[in-house]
Design a protein around this ligand. Structure first.
Ligand code: HSE
Length: 349
């Protein structure tokens, strides 16, 4: 029996329970064992939930329970989530997460602790919602030298931009994104581009092996964009998209930015609409590769976390060696060119 715990029973955390119960037979067969959600840590109680009797408010109930070997951290933030993740890894438990803020801020350190303790810190759910990205980059493209990543990495802003193109106001579209469980608790992280910025830093770290500090990266969101921008782009057969991109330069420096772009119709990112994310990679051997799928929402993101739980809980997965990241402080450079061949033009507000 694989006993797991979930820390944070919000949109993603409750989605994990739903994915496990809804796909129980498949999860069991992939895992080669039964799975049991033994504890759920949250500040709230959930009296109407079938998991009500597993809820605890005390982290030590998870940390000190030797039967729990895998913990899903879906609390978000870098406060308690950081402290708890560190303690769990040091105690020899695997941790899987959808917390991009934490991975982008402390990934170098947390991966090292996991490595030292012989456990895994997996973060497939932190980027691209339900799109398998981290595992394909680290495993299927392990042989390739990835030089460039360009993507739509925030479902909320892409949903807002798509709704605005159909005539809805920014506020109406944001409210709907919040209702559908796409937006962060504080949606300014979505709207101002910080969420996409953390995600591009994580993807760059996965692809280039170096984590650049996300607060150094030039980051502009969609605040200030109006229907005029969207209509002006449409007149040129272009679509406004919030683009996150990173490129490894031959001198080892890393160029990156998040900004709204007028995307040309021939780009595969032009047709990425609604909550969907799209990510284009360029590998020296493979050439261009595109990933596409739902970038936010309870079940897609929870699915990515559950895949990581299965990986940690299965015999083959739990002993796999993870690639560590170097600290990329000082390696960041601002992209000079706002006009990108095959993609379009940065919108300067
Ligand atoms: N708020 C995020 C988004 C959730 O809209 O993409 C998924 O990381």
């Amino acid at each position: 029996m694989l006993n797991i715990a979930i820390m944070g029973f919000g949109t993603v955390g409750s989605g994990i329970a739903e994915v496990i119960s809804g796909s129980y037979a498949l999860v069991k067969s992939r895992l080669g064992d039964d799975i049991n959600i033994k504890r759920i840590l949250d500040l709230r109680d959930f009296p109407d939930s079938p998991y009500a009797n597993r809820v605890t408010h005390d982290f030590n109930d998870i940390l000190n329970d030797d039967s729990i070997s895998v913990v899903a951290e879906t609390m978000g933030g870098v406060g308690a989530a950081y402290k708890y993740t560190k303690a769990l890894l040091e105690a020899g438990k695997h941790v899987v997460t959808s917390n991009k803020e934490l991975v982008a801020a402390h990934g170098v350190e947390l991966l090292r602790i996991a490595d030292k303790r012989g456990v895994r810190y997996l973060y497939e759910g932190s980027v691209g919602g339900g799109i398998p990205l981290i595992r394909p980059i680290t495993e299927s493209l392990a042989h390739d030298d990835i030089t460039e990543i360009t993507g739509i990495l925030n479902g909320t802003t892409n949903f807002i931009l798509t709704q605005m193109a159909s005539g809805f106001s920014f506020d109406e579209a944001l409210r709907e994104a919040q209702r559908l469980g796409y937006a962060e608790a504080d949606p300014t992280a979505d709207v101002d581009g910080h969420d996409a910025c953390r995600k591009i830093c994580i993807l760059a770290a996965v692809a280039f092996g170096v984590l650049i500090p996300s607060d150094e990266v030039s980051c502009r969101g969609i605040r200030g964009l109006t229907l005029d921008h969207i209509n002006a782009a449409a007149e040129k057969n272009r679509a406004v998209r919030l683009i996150a991109r990173a490129r490894r330069l031959p001198n080892g420096k890393i160029e990156a930015e998040v900004a709204p772009f007028e995307v040309v119709m021939t780009s595969p990112l032009h047709s990425v609409e609604g909550v969907f994310n799209g990510v284009l990679l360029h590998g020296t051997m493979t050439g261009d590769v595109m990933f596409y799928g739902r970038g936010a929402g309870s079940l897609p993101t929870a699915s990515a976390v559950v895949a990581d739980i299965i990986d940690c809980g299965s015999q083959n997965g739990c002993s796999k060696k993870q690639r560590l990241w170097e600290d990329g402080t000082g390696l960041y450079v601002l992209p000079e060119d706002g006009s990108v061949a095959g993609l379009g033009d940065r919108i300067e507000l």
